[in-house]
Ligand binder design. Structure first.
Ligand code: ZN
Length: 358
């Protein structure tokens, strides 16, 4: 009787040797500015935020992820997690983590005070960044980036000493043809940037990080326009599948953009700890991110990507085409830019700041 072979794991469908990192040439430290290191629980949903309660809570996945991070020379990881997770994680991992507080309301008609109380808790716990998650699918819950309660939260965070705001606007172009095809409900992709620009103009004294390459890696010319117009805007490289899929076909344009604005990009993984994930899940994201930016490696991405439509007789995952960024650019993107930004953010934070980075 033949035993059916199990399907390949999502983190390595091409079966490459993720332990082979001989093509990675950068030897300095990195800061991961965008990750979700959380306490995990057996009943957590597969996507979306964790339930936050329940038996079996564990920081083992966080331990696994941060051990892998260390292998990839990540000196500090900035995590978005529930406020309750922060003391637990800080106790166990100390300076290896910094925190970013995501300011949201559960339902559109929840009172604004709920968001302010959440911010207050985060501030007491010593966050250094606030996050405004404003993907089109959050519109129904009132999570627009320029909602009055969010403006007020940003003002209060600023008054408490926070200097960095991370925003998630838009989503991949392909989603605007599928999940967001109803533009009356979600708006067009260009329309997602109107409230962001409004906020950039209203808060020029803060540093803004556009998560996932500003949400528009498909249009490097648009990103350039934003970087030009808003000198306080930065872009993080997080969301591995999306960024690999859409950077590779326009590798030359993206490389040229980063090289012309080397001070404006920040390394991020968007890794999320989830109960029961294998170690190689974490490896795959760091491996692809670093391969993309620092090497000339070219081949099929090892990670399964449901947003990629292969051509006939084509492999199921998109091409990953390494940009081989110059050493000096890498050093800035991987480390210096984040270090500089974070340094300016620490004044006024109530909890003692983490020890200086290497
Ligand atoms: Zn994220």
């Amino acid at each position: 009787m033949s035993i059916p072979t199990p399907p390949p794991p999502e983190h390595n469908v091409t079966g490459i040797d993720l332990a082979d990192r001989s093509h990675l040439r950068y030897t300095g430290p990195l800061i991961d500015i965008h990750a979700h290191v959380m306490v995990t629980r057996p009943g957590d949903p597969k996507t979306g935020p964790p339930a936050g309660k329940g038996p079996g809570a564990s920081s083992e996945q966080a331990e696994t992820m941060l051990t892998v991070a260390e292998e990839f020379h990540i000196a500090r990881t900035y995590s978005m997690c529930l406020p309750d997770d922060i003391p637990v994680l800080r106790q166990r991992f100390g300076d290896r983590l910094g925190f970013n507080g995501s300011i949201a309301k559960k339902k559109a008609n929840d009172p604004d005070d709920e968001a302010y109380r959440l911010l207050e808790r985060f501030l007491e716990l010593g966050i250094e960044i606030v996050k405004l998650w404003s993907a089109p699918r959050g519109r129904e819950r009132g999570l627009t980036v320029d909602a009055p309660w969010r403006k007020e939260a940003v003002r209060r965070a600023r008054a408490a000493g926070v200097r960095i705001v991370m925003v998630h606007v838009a989503d991949p172009d392909v989603w605007f043809r599928t999940v967001y095809a109803d533009t009356a409900k979600y708006g067009t992709k260009p329309q997602q940037y109107e409230p962001l620009e409004q906020m950039l103009q209203e808060f020029p004294d803060l540093r803004w990080i556009g998560a996932h390459m500003g949400g528009d890696i498909e249009h490097p010319d648009h990103l350039e326009e934003l970087l030009q117009r808003y000198p306080h805007l930065y872009l993080d490289t997080s969301a591995t599948k999306w960024i690999v899929r859409e950077t590779s076909p326009r590798a030359a344009a993206v490389r040229s953009l980063i090289c012309r604005y080397p001070g404006r990009f920040l390394f991020g993984s968007d890794l999320v700890t989830r109960h029961g994930l294998p170690r190689d899940h974490y490896v795959s994201r760091y491996w692809c991110q670093r391969t993309l930016w620092e090497s000339a490696w070219e081949g099929r991405s090892p990670i399964a990507d449901p947003d990629y439509t292969p051509g006939e007789n084509e492999a199921t995952t998109p091409i990953l085409r390494g940009l081989h960024l110059p050493d000096e650019v890498l050093r800035q993107v991987y480390y210096e830019n984040a270090r500089r930004l974070l340094e300016t953010s620490l004044a006024g934070v109530k909890t003692p700041p983490p020890n200086p980075l290497p």
